[in-house]
Ligand binder design. Structure first.
Ligand SMILES: Cc1ncc(COP(=O)(O)O)c(C=O)c1O
Length: 348
């Protein structure tokens, strides 16, 4: 039983649609219609009227495309961070020749808003990046204070909401480029990177001299069809089915389900004496990270071998110190999480 924080297990009907007859996305009008409907559904889940693009590639492609399309050498980008994905934006920024300023906090702390305010007062920035849910630490960031400040200073905002979209409310209407991925709370297979792009962001993208073609978002905006290259049709129909399941249940009900299952997971953890890694107030409804110093890999192996339950360990310095239960999308299910926590109780 796969209970990692993405890719998640797939609902049976999502698996089924992937065995449908293949459609040629360039010639079959049925695909174009389905694709248009998919974009509308994504607009509803993202909570925005901004244009949405669905690129063939995993989540990282969306992060890179957002930077590749909005910066050029000489631009100044402020990367706000309290986790590995927040830090990682600096690599994209620098690889496209722009200057990055990292404003960071410890991984178990909240976003450093006071330092952000000071940094914005002391210099000019073109673009700012941040992460809504830092999946590796199980932290859901409150973005509002940072978005307020960046808005006051007229800075374009890029937010990685890869592991929160579809599992928690995201303030997409306040974000210029908001990034998602198919394999997290949507519970579709990995392979599609999704971005909503504001008009202000398109203006900026149109004015850039792109250093890259394939990771540039502009062809998606300018193409006659809403996709400039042969689309990954099997993944698109899978995502479409996954979104139908989500919207049939209703976005609010889906968010409630994530909150309830996360609370259950943490209660069970507390009962067995496991400490949450981030402060419970900042714990994401989509993933729980427990602090298990020096034991994460051994526990992961034992759970897989003895119980057929696959959880995730941490990342980088936290690799062996954090064990993560992904309760997102199809896995935000009381029975599945109960089974995982029973297994953990038996092994911890
Ligand atoms: C917050 C966050 N951003 C980006 C990514 C990258 O997504 P992918 O692994 O699909 O490239 C991940 C993947 O785990 C993630 O958790």
């Amino acid at each position: 039983m796969l209970l990692t924080p993405g890719p998640t297990a797939l609902p049976p009907s999502v698996r089924d649609v992937m065995s449908e007859e293949l459609i040629n996305p360039d010639v079959d009008p049925a695909f174009a219609d389905r694709y248009d409907a998919l974009l509308d559904k994504l607009g509803t889940v993202f909570g925005t009227d901004d244009e949405v693009v669905v690129m063939g590639g995993e989540g990282i492609l969306g992060l890179e495309a957002a930077i590749a399309s909005t910066v050029e050498p000489g631009d100044r980008v402020l990367c706000l961070s309290n986790g590995p994905y927040g830090d990682g934006f600096t690599d994209f920024v620098e690889s496209y020749g722009a200057e990055s300023t990292l404003v960071d906090a410890d991984y178990d702390d909240s976003l450093p808003v006071v330092e952000l305010e000071r940094t914005l007062a002391a210099g000019e920035y073109d673009v700012a990046t941040m992460v809504h849910c830092e999946t590796p630490t199980g932290t859901l960031n409150d973005l509002s204070p940072a978005l307020d400040l960046l808005d006051e200073h007229g800075v374009l905002t890029i937010v990685d909401a890869v592991s929160s979209l579809g599992g928690a409310p995201v303030p997409t209407d306040r974000i210029d480029i908001c990034l998602g991925a198919s394999q997290k709370c949507f519970s579709a297979p990995p392979g599609l990177a999704i971005a909503s792009v504001s008009d202000v962001a398109w203006d900026r993208i149109e004015a850039r001299d792109p250093a890259s073609l394939y990771t540039n978002l502009l062809p998606w905006h300018e193409a006659e069809q809403p996709y400039p290259y042969t689309h990954l049709t099997t993944l698109v129909v899978a995502l479409d089915e996954a979104l139908d399941l989500l919207l049939d249940e209703g976005l609010d009900a889906v968010h409630d389900r994530h909150r309830e299952v996360a609370a259950y997971c943490r209660e069970r953890g507390a009962e067995m004496g496991l400490d949450p890694y981030p402060d419970p107030e900042r714990s994401s409804p989509t993933v729980t990270a427990f602090s298990v110093p020096g034991r994460a890999t051994a526990l992961q192996e034992r759970l897989r071998e003895a119980h057929d339950v696959t959880l995730a360990t941490g990342f980088g310095d936290l690799a062996d110190d954090v064990l993560r239960v992904g309760h997102m999308g199809y896995n935000a299910d009381p029975d599945r999480v109960e089974r995982a926590m029973d297994a953990l109780a038996a092994e911890r």
